[in-house]
Design a protein around this ligand. Structure first.
Ligand code: HGY
Ligand code: MN
Ligand code: MN
Length: 423
């Protein structure tokens, strides 16, 4: 079966328009108006081919092939629709459009015979963590990593909890398919005994495939990550009248901490571990006031948990020393985490074999980015397919992939889905 290339590209181009920052990348946070419009667009296409649709209280969506037979094991493909702020047009949505294209092609293709396994596509909610700071939030609930208490502990910058946001959502197109409720959140957990395979098509978001001129990545392992939130509290004071020798400057303490974290991890022997301080809030954030308080996130990622933990503990100790030396208060708490994991060897070897048969240029590789597939991989055979990111850019408006690679990646996903539902 062949994907409909025009339909796939039209869907991708239509969906990129659902953004809060037109002309400055795609900004589409979960639970927002643009997220609702993008989901409505996708659901209307699924309705058009007679799919079954169900939405859980976290707003994860499962969409079934009309020919599915209830109760049979299922092969799944999907990703996320939400983005970072001023992000790219492909992160997440490309995997959702690939899964949707497979859905539409299969619904046409299996007009008579029905395969051995069902096919479903999935849209995971709040993968980027742009609202609540925790990546893979929706998929952490379906895998049981998150439960009742996380509905209240996960909070947005405006202080609203995940539960409050979900309870006060304005009307959304998907509401008609909502099942289950927040008071019984354990019910969002998937019955993984019914899932044969999970596949996620995604852009690489790094430089390897593009630099080596390869069209496909078969993902072997996905990095783990730990995120802490650091609050440094000094003494706010007048920027002009306070002598340098009498300052307890939270900003200088934060700046020294960030550079110290960078130099610790730069010293990594195998040069794989990464550390990032991406979000920083300054109080009171006025040019003529010595900052009293600085809050920042610090995340460390690697494919080896002991390295993540080793570097994180070293960095925390360094930050404590800096705070002590500068007479600044220091509070740190673990914000979120996910373990490194290896994807299904069965799928890696079957996808390698298929890529060789199709003479596709490919590489078996790791993913420094985390994906919802991580949350399914512990429970069902899970595989990830990458396509190149031009100049290795992602999470920025410059994020892009060539049309040829977008199409061959989606065709490879369909071929893999067919091989999984027919054998
Ligand atoms: O942060 C990540 O790796 C993913 O893009 N959410
Ligand atoms: Mn993503
Ligand atoms: Mn992302």
């Amino acid at each position: 079966m062949k994907i409909n290339e025009k339909r796939l590209l039209n869907n991708l181009r239509a969906l990129r328009e659902f953004t809060d920052t037109p002309g400055m990348g795609v900004t589409r946070f979960s639970y927002g108006a643009q997220d609702n419009k993008a989901r409505e667009y996708i659901l209307k296409r699924a309705e058009g081919v007679g799919c079954s649709i169900s939405v859980d209280p976290l707003r994860n969506i499962r969409i079934g092939l009309p020919q599915n037979i209830p109760g049979r094991k299922t092969v799944m493909a999907g990703s996320h629709v939400d983005t970072v702020r001023n992000g790219g047009w492909l992160d997440g949505i490309y995997g959702v459009c690939g899964a949707l294209e497979a859905m539409e092609t299969l619904s046409e293709g299996y007009s008579d015979g029905i395969p051995l396994f069902n096919y479903e596509m999935v849209i995971f909610a709040e993968e980027e963590g742009s609202n609540f700071g925790s990546t893979m939030t929706g998929s952490k609930f379906i895998s049981g990593k998150y439960g009742e208490e996380d509905l209240d502990s996960l909070r947005r910058e405006d202080g609203k909890s995940l539960r409050q946001v979900l309870e006060n959502l304005p009307q959304r197109y998907e509401d008609r398919y909502l099942s289950g409720n927040l008071s019984d959140i354990a019910h969002t957990r998937w019955d993984f005994s019914k899932i044969k395979t999970m596949l996620e098509l995604h852009i690489e978001q790094g430089p390897i495939l593009d630099r080596e001129g390869l069209s496909l990545g078969i993902v072997e392992s996905i990095f783990g990550m730990r995120v802490i939130e650091v609050t440094l509290t000094g003494v706010g004071n007048h920027a002009g009248a306070t002598p340098m020798s009498e300052r307890y400057d939270a900003m200088c303490a934060a700046a020294e901490s960030v550079l110290e974290a960078e130099s610790v991890v730069r010293g990594d022997s195998d040069r794989r571990t990464v550390v990032t301080v991406g979000r920083m809030e300054v109080y009171p954030n006025c040019s003529n006031v010595i900052p009293e308080r600085v809050v920042f996130t610090l995340e460390i990622r690697d494919k080896d948990q002991s390295k993540i933990d080793g570097f994180m503990e070293t960095v925390k100790e360094k930050i404590r020393d800096i705070a002590r030396k500068r007479g600044v208060g220091c509070l740190m708490y673990e914000h979120s985490k996910s373990a490194p994991l290896r994807l299904s060897d069965r799928l890696i070897s079957s996808m390698k074999k298929a890529a060789l048969e199709k003479s596709l240029s490919f590489k078996v590789m790791d993913s420094g980015a985390v994906h919802d597939a991580c949350m399914v991989a512990e429970h069902a055979d899970t595989g990830m397919i990458f396509v190149p990111s031009i100049n290795g850019r992602s999470h920025v408006p410059q994020e892009d992939t060539g049309e040829r690679e977008l199409l061959s990646g989606a065709q490879f996903l369909l071929d893999t889905v067919i091989s999984e539902i027919e054998n």
